[in-house]
Design a protein around this ligand. Structure first.
Ligand SMILES: Nc1ncnc2c1ncn2[C@@H]1O[C@H](COP(=O)(O)OP(=O)(O)O)[C@@H](O)[C@H]1O
Ligand SMILES: [Mg+2]
Length: 268
């Protein structure tokens, strides 16, 4: 069976997509599901989170660039991105999506996470239509609400239906209710009570900088990475959040997990 293609999309920048895809990828690998991450954002920030500068130089300097998947860890591979992807014409876009599928097959992936850049450019439109499921990560702010209205119209205007799996609220501890107007807070609550609602991922800026440095997800940080005492506990707690979210996505996407996941399989 072909691995489901799951696209993460929000037509604004800094929504938290790449961070989410990075952590979910490691989490699925932990759960025993072979993962292919396809970075389709030409800005390639996710690619640069997975691989170091030396590997990046090789990926971007290859002829043609960005076409070979990189093995990141056990059960985890990355089809890298680069600015070249912003120049793809229609056949180039079709080739890129074929490349995603063939890399998934070679890797025997159980799930493909596609990280899309912002905007409704031809690459994103093609990826949205190719996706078996589309997830929209949203920070809880006014711009997200405006984005949602625009997204709804844009999805409607696509030539074929976009298979929206749901919304994920990010960075909850922007202290909902406090800096926000009542109106904004009620709109977010309304969204959270709807059927397309998924889960929230908390804000953890201190942990993220350690994770970047260590090139690990927050839930795999160790004391040696600078995650001591309460920070270590917080890092482990992020694992519970991502695990819950990964399982919820798998269940909604009807993805069969290879084993009944148990907490013991989660890295600490
Ligand atoms: N849960 C989080 N807690 C704190 N900061 C976050 C969180 N998720 C993302 N960020 C930060 O927000 C910024 C944008 O995130 P990123 O994942 O690159 O967004 P996008 O891919 O949507 O542009 C980055 O600086 C990132 O470190
Ligand atoms: Mg990104």
């Amino acid at each position: 069976m072909n691995a489901p293609l799951i696209a993460f999309f929000n037509n604004r920048v800094a929504a938290g997509k790449s961070t989410l895809v990075y952590h979910l990828a490691w989490m699925y690998a932990d759960l025993g599901v072979p993962v292919l991450v396809a970075d389709l954002d030409p800005q390639a920030r996710l690619t640069a989170t997975f691989v170091d500068d030396e590997a990046l130089e090789e990926v971007w300097g290859a002829d043609p660039p960005c076409t070979r998947f990189q093995v990141i860890g056990e059960g985890l591979a990355l089809l890298p991105s680069g600015i070249h992807l912003s120049m793809l014409d229609e056949p180039g876009i079709r080739n890129r999506l074929d490349l995603v599928r063939s890399a998934a097959e070679t890797r025997q992936a159980g799930i493909v996470l596609m990280n899309l850049g912002p905007g409704f450019d031809p690459l994103n439109r093609a990826a949205l239509l190719a996706a078996d499921h589309v997830l929209v990560p949203l920070p809880p702010d006014r711009q997200s609400l405006a984005t949602l209205a625009v997204l709804g119209d844009a999805f409607q205007a696509m030539p074929e239906p976009v298979r929206l799996l749901g919304y994920i609220l990010l960075r909850r501890s922007v202290r909902l209710g406090q800096p926000m107007s009542t109106q904004l807070w009620s709109a977010i609550q309304l969204l959270m009570s709807g059927p397309e609602w998924f889960a929230t991922i908390r804000e953890y800026p201190g942990l993220l900088s350690l994770a970047h440095e260590a090139r690990r997800p927050t839930f795999q940080l160790k004391p040696g990475d600078g995650a001591m005492a309460s920070l270590l506990k917080a890092a482990q707690d992020t694992g519970k959040e991502y695990r819950t979210l990964a399982l919820a996505i798998a269940s909604r996407a009807k993805l069969e997990l290879p084993i009944e996941p148990s907490p013991a399989r989660i890295s600490s």
